[in-house]
Every structure is written in structure tokens, then in C-alpha cells.
Design a protein around this ligand. Structure first.
Ligand code: ADE
Length: 405
């Protein structure tokens, strides 16, 4: 006799639940992480592990720290996996920030390479930026579905640290390559700008403003596609023409309204894209001066001068993106669609671009996934902290970081 469970998950029930949430996703009312949270509070099926795995998008995670180690579950290929700090070998430092480091790490079991962002809780609490960290994780959970945004595989915490396990973009920083070549050809710059625009448009469709488009956040994968990383300064929940004021970031690429602490909206990202495109085409950011204070004043008050050497379409696009009046800036009304229709991008087939069907203009030379020649030696020469993953106790100072309930 077949023993009946109290609440069996039948195919019909599953189908109904899936179509209900598919409809919600279609309406873009919620990010997938929110969906799962709502599901958790509303529907008993959430407690059913298979259903939980089935509904959870690849790369998002639910964690359990009941044990001695900080554990995290994530569904990658077919099976459910759990991860803790001790599951990785930490090989090299590949980036630094004010709250911690980014390390190249190899998963001891699946042998895959990841970029692990390790943040020190003490620093985060001291600088009062818990919000940034939780926001970064939340954005990473929501943006599981874009080819040019870094993906989160696991997140967990120990007593002293927070861990975000991300795709490893092994082509290095885009600007590491730009530095070597001084400027990019127009068609190469167009390809990168188009991939960035597509990623920013996707974020805006989720009501997320990236805010911090700057050289060190733009990476290349092994095939030469753009990967935007670092969502620490993203702002969630800016809908349509809603605005905000708070910000701290690198001044060179910031829109004048941000520098002047006036209200700003998603159009700051189109200014940022203009600044990055300017640097790719001319070798320097717009309004450049070796004296930082002069440069800040230039950004706010000097007219934009675009020398010959860049096509008319390129200069027109820069002029429109770097418009101080954000209401008149390209993208102010119809967001990325306005950029897509600009003549500078007329050769880009946007559907092919997002499907990664356009061949990248440059493929980083790599002998293997652990080849670090594209990473700045200023990072790789730094010592790897010995304590990572060794004798690290579980912690819960950041509830919700490695726990979704
Ligand atoms: N530096 C910062 N984040 C990174 C990532 N995801 N891959 C490679 N290098 C990085």
C-alpha cells in the first residue's frame, strides 16, 4: 500500500503554483527572492524541499546556520548543494575595497573557480553601511537573469565575516585593458557600451539604479563579454521619476546632480555610461584635470569639449548622455530604448547582443581558469588572509544575509 503524505505536492498543484508565480514575474511586481519570501509566508508548499528547489532560481540561496559552520544551500545544476567558508580554497586576492577583499577561490568539491567577496563585519558596523551590504545581496538575488551582470552562487556568514560567492570574471577589469591600449577603436567601445547599456536597462526595469558605473566595476569574462559587478551602492526601489539624494562613490564618473547632492534618478546611470564611453574613446574621463578639485568644478560648470577623432554619431551620443540637465539627458523618458535608437548603435542588433551572439571584439588571452595575467598585480601580490574558512565559527550578526525567511 502506498502511504499517503498529509499534503502531497501533486503535478496539478505544482502547475497551478508555477503559473501563479509566472504571472507575477511577468508583471514584474516582485523580484524572485521576494516571491520566495512571500511564498514562504503564504504557502505551506515552501516548506516542501523539492518545491523550494524547483521554484528557486539558479544561483539564489537559502541558508541554514543551525550547525557549527555557516551553511548555505544553493541549487546549481541538478542537485542541491550547501556551502560554507571551509568549502573553498582561497588562492589569490583579485580586488580590494574599504570593507574587505575579493579573492579567487576554488570550490573543493566541484573544482569550480569563484570570486569570493569577503566583508569584515566590524568594518561594516563601524562605518554604518549594513544597508549597502544587505542591498548588494538583495540586488544580486534579484538580478539572476542577465548575461552581463555578475551572478551570486552562495552567501553565508561566519562570526567575523560576510561572504558573497560570485561568478569569477577571469578577463580582468575592462580598464586594465584600456590602460594598455590607451584608447579603444570605436567599434570595440560600441560593443562594450552596448552590453553595459543593456545591463543597466535591465536593472532599471527592476527599479534598481546602479549608481556606481566606474572602471573597476566593469569586468570581462573569458570570452570578452562585459560583467558588471559590485552592487554595494545600488539603490533599490526607484520607480519611474522617483528621486533620491544619498550617495558616496568615485567622483570622476558621478553625474553633477549627485556631486551637488541634488535629487537624482536612474538617469545618473546614463551619465555614468557617457563618462565611461568618453574614456574608452578619448583615453580620459570627461572634464579631466590632474587636479581633482578642478575636475569636480569642471564636471559641474565647464562646457563639454569633444575633440575630432571620434565620429559625429559618437560625439552626439556623448553630448546627449553627458547633459547636465537630467530631464533632457538621453534615456530620461524611455530609458535604454532611447540609447538603442541612437545612430551610434545602429549596427547593434540588440536581441543578438543579449543572446551573446555578437562576437566580442577582443578575447582575453588565458591559459586556464587560474591564469591571473589579466588581474592587476597590485591585488595578486597581496597576501591571502590565512584565517579564511579555517576555524571560523558561524555567526548571525546579519540576520537575513545567509538566511531567507
Ligand atoms: N573583482 C571583483 N569582483 C570580481 C569578479 N566577480 N570576478 C573577478 N574579479 C573581480
Amino acid at each position: 500500500m502506498v502511504k499517503k503524505t498529509k499534503n502531497p505536492v501533486t503535478y496539478t498543484k505544482m502547475k497551478g503554483i508555477v503559473s501563479y508565480f509566472a504571472a507575477l514575474i511577468k508583471e514584474r511586481k516582485f523580484g524572485s527572492a521576494d516571491l520566495l519570501q512571500k511564498l514562504g509566508t503564504r504557502h505551506p508548499i515552501y516548506r516542501h524541499m523539492d518545491a523550494e528547489c524547483f521554484l528557486r532560481p539558479e544561483g539564489s540561496s537559502v541558508c541554514d546556520e543551525a550547525g557549527a559552520a555557516a551553511l548555505c544551500f544553493t541549487r546549481t545544476t541538478q542537485e542541491l548543494q550547501r556551502a560554507s567558508a571551509a568549502d573553498f580554497d582561497y588562492l589569490k586576492v583579485i580586488g580590494t575595497g574599504s570593507f574587505g577583499k575579493v579573492l579567487l577561490a576554488r570550490h573543493r568539491e566541484n573544482d569550480r573557480y569563484y570570486a569570493v567577496k569577503v566583508l569584515k563585519k566590524q568594518m561594516i558596523l563601524k562605518k554604518n553601511v549594513e544597508g549597502h551590504v544587505m542591498c548588494e545581496r538583495s540586488v544580486l538575488l534579484k538580478t539572476v537573469n542577465h548575461p552581463f551582470l555578475v551572478r551570486l552562487h552562495f552567501s553565508f556568514q561566519t562570526r567575523d565575516r560576510l561572504y558573497l560567492v560570485l561568478d569569477y570574471a577571469d578577463g580582468g577589469e575592462l580598464f586594465y585593458h584600456l590602460q594598455k591600449e590607451r584608447v579603444f577603436t570605436e567599434s570595440r567601445a560600441r560593443f562594450y557600451a552596448a552590453e553595459m547599456a543593456s545591463a543597466l536597462g535591465y536593472l532599471h526595469s527592476l527599479h534598481i539604479v546602479y549608481r556606481d558605473l566606474k572602471p573597476e566595476n566593469i569586468l570581462l569574462d573569458s570570452a570578452g563579454h562585459v560583467v558588471l559587478t559590485d552592487f554595494g551602492l545600488c539603490k533599490e526601489g526607484i520607480v519611474g521619476r522617483a528621486t533620491t539624494r544619498t550617495f558616496c562613490g568615485t567622483p570622476e564618473y558621478l553625474a553633477p546632480e549627485v556631486l551637488q547632492q541634488r535629487e537624482y534618478d536612474r538617469t545618473v546611470d546614463w551619465w555614468g555610461l557617457g563618462a565611461v564611453l568618453h574614456e574608452m574613446l578619448y583615453g580620459l574621463p570627461p572634464f579631466y584635470s590632474a587636479d581633482r578639485m578642478v575636475m569636480l568644478s569642471n564636471i559641474m560648470f565647464q562646457p563639454l569639449v569633444l575633440k575630432a577623432g571620434v565620429s559625429k554619431a559618437g560625439r552626439d551620443l556623448l553630448n546627449r548622455l553627458l547633459n547636465r540637465d537630467r530631464a533632457k539627458r538621453l534615456g530620461a523618458k524611455h530609458d535604454v530604448a532611447e540609447l538603442q535608437h541612437h545612430s551610434f548603435f545602429s549596427s547593434i542588433r540588440w536581441d543578438d547582443l543579449v543572446a551573446k551572439k555578437i562576437k566580442p571584439p577582443f578575447v582575453p588571452s588565458l591559459s586556464g581558469p587560474d591564469d591571473l595575467t589579466n588581474i592587476d598585480p597590485a591585488f595578486t601580490n597581496l597576501p591571502v588572509p590565512q584565517s579564511l574558512g579555517v576555524c571560523e565559527d558561524a555567526g548571525m550578526t546579519f540576520p537575513g544575509f545567509s538566511y531567507m525567511s
